[in-house]
Design a protein around this ligand. Structure first.
Ligand code: C5P
Length: 205
């Protein structure tokens, strides 16, 4: 059983994907972390994000600590969004994601192109979204909890810029798969959003 959870930044897709994984006892992969890790590795190595060859080399992800809180920073998210538009970067990270999805018992993956590119034959696909202001507020609160406080207007501008880039790129743009179920979490609390998502998955199995 493969569950694909896609959606824009801070839509709640990670929380929902983790809850689905817990509910069904499946492993979960936050694929955004792969792009963030490549971006951070590139920055730390003094690489140039405008150079696709250097960005692809950073996808080897050598020496990456996936528990590093810096991966959650806006800087890492911004650079991830920039380099994820390179076809070479997407190609370099695709295999890891497909192998994860193909585990014998199944898996839950969240990202931007899971239902469209990584696992188009997934058993259940969700597209999780929320209004930009709602997503910016959540990201603002999350950053504050992590001790990375930024002005709200800056967080909102980042989210909007990232959405625009993710939706307009030529390689695997953020878009809802035709057979995905839409979950708009704008007016929902966490428990309600999870309950709706689980209902949608159940209906598809
Ligand atoms: O989901 P998260 O905000 O951690 O993703 C960071 C960036 O990585 C996104 O803005 C997007 O550009 C890129 N990404 C992607 N494909 C995925 C997951 C993330 O292009 N499957």
């Amino acid at each position: 059983m493969i569950v694909a959870v896609d959606g824009p930044a801070a839509s709640g897709k990670g929380t929902i994907a983790r809850a689905i994984a817990r509910h069904y006892g499946l492993p979960h992969l936050d694929t955004g972390l792969l792009y963030r890790a490549a971006g951070l590795a590139l920055l730390r190595g003094g690489g140039d994000p405008s150079d696709e060859v250097q960005a692809v080399a950073a996808c080897a992800l050598t020496g990456v600590d996936f528990a590093d809180p810096e991966l959650k920073s806006e800087a890492a998210g911004g650079i991830a969004s920039q380099i994820s538009a390179y076809p070479g970067v997407r190609a370099a990270l695709i295999e890891r994601q497909r192998v994860f999805a193909a585990q014998p018992g199944g898996a839950v993956l969240d990202g931007r192109d899971i239902g469209t590119v990584i696992a188009p034959a997934a058993d259940a696909k969700l597209f999780v979204t929320a209004a930009p202001e709602v997503r910016a507020r959540r990201r603002f609160d999350e950053l504050e909890r992590l001790g990375m406080k930024l002005p709200f207007a800056e967080v909102l501008a980042d989210i909007e810029a990232r959405d625009a880039r993710d939706r307009s790129r030529a390689a695997a743009p953020l878009t809802m798969a035709g057979d995905a179920h839409l979950v708009d979490t704008s007016g929902l609390g966490v428990d309600e959003a999870i309950a709706r998502a689980l209902d949608a998955v159940r209906a598809r199995l």
